[in-house]
Design a protein around this ligand. Structure first.
Ligand SMILES: [Zn+2]
Length: 215
């Protein structure tokens, strides 16, 4: 899991989702009440499996020479409250954060959005770093929602997945659709997709598309 989480940070850089050190990936250690997360303040090209940090589900450091990411409390809250989640990603990616800055959900106007998010990408509450309020906002918004991504108001994106790779994919797709819908808005009014069509697209993509490995 250390190697997986370290390696996935390169994807955040590759897809242009992060600048400096402002973004992080974590992954639950299978079968343990532990997760692996990025060390705080270490640049992406210096991340290795060895300098990843292991925390318990209260966000306490269990193993590692560095302090954990400053977003660790939010990741820990999600793992505590959503046992089905195996990976969490946080970014300030540009287009998605621009929607977050307005507190506006991204409407489901692309089939790719219906596929991946099953509807709009919702907005979570304004919350300050330092306690559980960001984690609470993420969980309150995503529990009972098909979207694996939430736009935290005035802040940025949190995504979840069955594993860290799925959470990274959701972060990449979230930024992609945020950009496309933004561009569409410049030229007119994007057309909504009917909810019955969204349901069909989501069901097909989640259950039929791809190589039929268990999801
Ligand atoms: Zn942040």
């Amino acid at each position: 899991m250390r190697a997986t989480v370290a390696g996935l940070h390169a994807e955040l850089v590759h897809y242009g989702l992060v600048v400096w050190t402002a973004g992080n990936v974590s992954g639950r250690v299978p079968g343990e009440d532990l997760f692996v997360i990025k060390p705080s303040g270490v640049s992406y090209d210096e991340l290795t499996p060895e300098n990843m940090v292991v925390c318990d589900l209260d966000g306490n450091l269990v193993e590692g020479a560095h302090a954990p990411s400053s977003d660790t409390a939010a990741h820990a809250y999600v793992y505590r409250e959503m046992p089905e989640v195996g990976g969490v990603v946080h970014t300030h990616s540009t287009y998605a954060s621009a929607w977050a800055a307005r507190g506006e959900p991204i409407p489901c106007v692309l089939t790719a959005m219906a596929d991946e998010f099953g509807g709009e990408i919702p907005v979570g509450p304004f919350a300050l770093i330092g306690d559980d309020s960001i984690g609470q906002g993420v969980v309150e918004t995503l529990k009972g929602h098909r979207s694996p991504a939430v736009l935290m108001q005035n802040h940025g994106v949190f995504t979840i997945g069955k594993d860290p790779k799925a959470a990274v994919k959701a972060a990449v797709m979230c930024e992609d659709v945020a950009r496309t819908v933004h561009v569409s808005r410049q030229l007119g009014t994007p057309l909504p997709i009917g909810s019955a069509h969204i349901d069909r697209l989501y069901d097909r993509y989640q259950n039929v598309y791809g190589q039929r490995s268990p999801r």
